[in-house]
Design a protein around this ligand. Structure first.
Ligand SMILES: [Zn+2]
Length: 374
């Protein structure tokens, strides 16, 4: 029999208590659906992916599922923040124990903010041509530390479905202003058109104009803002104040990369995430300053492992078992973490706190761990 444990140390050195560690919100948990109403249509692929029925009153304007979000919509009602299954808003949960949720290194570098917005996005129609400010523009004109570099990990796509990214030719400022004023099809026609298929991944740097075509279903990683310059807005019925972030049109257009985005530049932004065997990055290296998308692909004879991290874990293929706490003693010497297994299958979306420890994936299953930058 093991001897009884020593008495607890004085309060200021109190380790995380057993009751706190066993609190289910501190272990891998399934993320509830979080689909705010948007101006464009879509959403059925999200429900299908997550194995949910389409409700009879489905309004077809739920095209985005905001996963582990601490971000609010810029307009359209301001929803978006994740509420955990126990009713706690995610920012409040993080604030109760930042080191456990995010890890002490992350908290020291970035504060009590994941610094990441992860979404499932189902384009039920082509999205408007838009761009997002980069960090420098957001800091100078929007009083915000984050721009909105984003990345698309294509999970599903209709045959011949496509996305558009970057102007093919350089557009002088007055020509961009003319196209935005005209609000016709020339704006889309000026962009690189890229056919996409499941397995594609693209990084979309802040400033680059883009659109996602109808029938494309992506896992999307973004800097945690909802700052968009809606270059195309009239056909979507968006107010100018919403379309241009409350800035004057000329000022807002200064945030747009007028190109060109060449074939070579485009190639540098692309990857095939399905080419990863074992463990590897879904996105180009340049993404690492903003977020990390790590593919863990386990096969029947080779598990895949990952280090402790705050992560949105999205199972994208197959099924198997995710074990957390495989480092047994936990990531913090004061904390006891028992290994814990969770069955995972395509469509499952888990939130895994840093304090849950190292992870091991077994079975015939692929997950993508969406994580803040290091
Ligand atoms: Zn975008």
């Amino acid at each position: 029999m093991t001897p009884s444990p020593p008495p607890p140390p004085p309060k200021e050195h109190q380790p995380v208590s057993e009751t706190t560690v066993s609190d289910p919100t501190r272990l891998p948990s399934h993320l509830p659906l979080n689909t705010p109403h948007r101006f464009y249509c879509g959403g059925q692929r999200i429900l299908a992916f997550r194995g949910l029925d389409v409700p009879p009153d489905f309004d077809d304007h739920r095209p985005e599922d905001w996963l582990a979000s601490t971000t609010r919509l810029f307009a359209e009602g301001g929803d978006g923040v994740t509420v955990l299954d126990d009713g706690t808003r995610l920012p409040d949960a993080l604030a109760t124990d930042p080191d456990h949720w995010l890890g002490p290194d992350h908290v020291a570098a970035h504060g009590v903010e994941p610094g990441l917005l992860t979404k499932l996005l189902d384009a039920g129609e082509r999205l408007p041509v838009h761009s997002h400010p980069d960090r420098a523009f957001a800091a100078a004109h929007l009083d915000c530390d984050h721009g909105k570099t984003e990345a698309w990990i294509v999970l599903d796509a209709e045959p011949s479905a496509c996305v558009w990214l970057g102007f093919r030719e350089e557009l002088p400022p007055d020509e961009l202003a003319t196209l935005v004023e005209a609000q016709d099809e020339r704006l889309l026609a000026a962009l690189n058109r890229i056919e996409v298929a499941p397995g594609d991944a693209l990084l979309v740097p802040g400033g680059q104009p883009h659109a996602i075509g109808e029938g494309v279903f992506v896992l999307e990683l973004q800097e945690p803002t909802d700052l968009s310059v809606m270059l195309e807005h009239r056909r979507f019925g968006l107010e100018e104040a919403h379309a241009f972030l409350g800035l004057t049109v000329p000022r807002a257009l200064e945030s747009v990369d007028r190109g060109p985005l060449t074939a070579e530049g485009l190639a540098a932004l692309r990857r095939r995430w399905t080419d990863v065997t074992g463990v590897g990055h879904a996105l180009p290296e340049e993404a690492a300053a903003f977020f990390r998308a790590e593919v863990l692909r386990a096969t029947s004879d080779a598990p895949a492992t990952g280090g402790a991290a705050f992560a949105v874990v999205v199972a994208v293929a197959g099924n198997g078992v995710l074990t957390t706490g495989t480092d047994a003693t936990g990531t913090d010497a004061t904390e006891t973490v028992s290994p814990r297994t969770t069955e995972v299958a395509r469509g499952d979306v888990l939130l895994v706190p840093y304090g849950a420890g190292d992870v091991r994936l077994e079975g015939d299953v692929t997950v993508i761990r969406c994580m803040p930058p290091v």
